[in-house]
Design a protein around this ligand. Sequence first.
Ligand code: NOJ
Length: 726
Amino acid sequence: MQPMLLALILGFSAISTAMSAELPPYRRPDLPVDQRVADLLSRMTLEEKIDQLHQCGVGDANPNNLIQRADELRATYGSFMTAGDLALRNALQRRAVEQTRLGIPAIFGADVIHGYRTIFPIPLAQACAWDADLLRHACRSAAESARADGLDWTFAPMVDHGVDPRWGRIAETFGESPYAGSVFAAAAVTGYQEGPQGIAACLKHYVGYGASEGGRDYSSTEIAPQRLWEMHLPPFEAGVRAGALTVMSAFNDLNGVPASANHYTLTEVLRQRWGFQGFVVSDWGAVQQLIQQGYAADEADAAQLALLAGVDLDMADGLYRQHLAGLIAAGRVPLAAVDEAVSRILRVKFERGLFEQPFVAPSALTGAAPTPAQLDLAEEFAARAMVLLKNTGVLPLGPEVRRLALIGPLATDQAALLGSWAQQGRAAEVASIEAGLRERLPAGVSLRGAPGCPIEGGGREGFDAAVALARESDAVVLCLGESAGMSGENASRSTLRLPGLQEELALVVAAAGKPVVLLVVSGRPVELAAVEPKMAAILAVWQPGTRGGAAVADLLLGRRNPSGRLSVTWPRTSGQIPIYHNMRPRARTGKEGAYQDIDTSPLYEFGHGLSYTTFAYGPIRLARPTVKPGETLTAEVTVTNTGKRDGIETVLWFIRDPAASITRPLKDLKHFESASIAAGASRGFRFEIDPARDLSFPDADGHRIIEPGEIILFAGPETARFNVGP
Ligand code: NOJ
């Protein structure tokens, strides 16, 4: 290096060191985060500390979450929930950093669940694409838009075990496989947090919320400890390992100790075993709800129980702010516990660079309508997420269809396609099914519509017009299902049956004798047992987001080949719940113990999904017949596209351990891979089996066991057996 240049660099660094030496240590980005945290903590009053543990909603972006007006907020509060208003966010931040003694920035969070202004499919549907990279891209894209509007943090991903379709929040889950949930948890965390426009992720709802009894939201849960480790905890652990900065404690009572006051899960497991370094936020009002749940005697007790269990930031109910000072004075809460919680929150603020860059400068994405790139991504994801459940050959619609009838209450509905967490999404920006078809139908094909009946309620006065239209058409596209508000939070249903008169509408329209393609718009599997035999084809559209209608049109017209596969078992009737692929075996098989009135199997199995092409599997090839712990075993399968169209195939690798000291699931997903295969071409798929990771199972305290013995491996219709050696 030139001596002059070296002197300049050394001189400059000497100046900057001198300047930064004048700053208090917590303001110096060159110092380790732990040192900055300790320094700042040592300067804080108790009141300032307690304010750091308080989060409240502000602004009118989400009226349900508005609890305080901006001018009533203390500048020292640690966090605010607000979205869609960068000016408000920056104004609140200015008060925090410029008008307080220590200038600690607030962290701004909101629910960015499946998109921000551009809405992607609901998570249950996202999982049906079996593409972690696509999910990661979508999360990254949503984070960029959210960041441009001033968010530092999203309350996502939700990684609850989605196994009861009555529970409205199944829509927000990645489905019923803890393995898939773990892969998608890690992908979503990475997507949200990566890059310069990344925002902090939040794994929620920790833990067990998906087991809400009877599918009733906010209910208590009874989860045997072994099941907790097997089904509920893995996606959280995967998300922590992927670097999630925050975790949200759940509403549910977990085996008698509510999740938001559960020391075992919040401290022993999350922090002591997994080494989680971020902070835990309570769900909305969850601290106060400890009283309603019969766990805390009063508000002060609730604050004490939650804090000591490991909840750091109190969302919305303000109990920490009201009671912690008194609890410390009374010796009920040690100051060290408050210091610990404050330190965790400060650590995340330092790690996200909030002290160096507290403000968000407006950018081209601030308040922006969906960009072309985001719309393309939304359309791709929507198409990949839809699942072709049945096809007698009517799809893709061929040239013989010159007159197409579009019937049903969901045909023109834009809001229903958004789903329940549309954040800044706007119904007016959604491509409805009708709009998608109108835009993409070939010239010369007529499209006429009749709603038939509303989604819910209403009478049969629209039936005649719908039936007449069906008779005059070559084929019918029938759009049935749910409105956005019928799934999501606080939206449980006792039955999966189609709401209102829709099932009846389906039957009268089918009786007109024309091929009917049923499109199911919903946040959950719905009950189709009565109508399924009459339908020529069924496509699960889910709540596909901003570009849903365009994606539907492409699939119906064969411009894209369906490739979605179910991330959740689709029951025949509500009475079959719970039903899931990774159930334990029954004591007797076949008809014994089965239902007398209906088939015991689901209508569509986990992993089911059709294509316009066909795939043939070769035999599973195993590198060896035996594997020992510490070794790996390669399994391979060749899949050939035997049809006439290119298509995407997802190989789902399951195992079964037929004899174990704790009985194992009938089938347990352990690996998956999706790939495009050209018509006539073949492709190899591989599963590198690691016994410690893939063949072990947890005991009731989460310690993993590997036992010698036989393992059955499944890929598509193929089966192979190998042994685990001692
Ligand atoms: C309650 C919901 O359970 C949670 O998922 C959400 O993040 C918070 N409200 C904040 O809106």
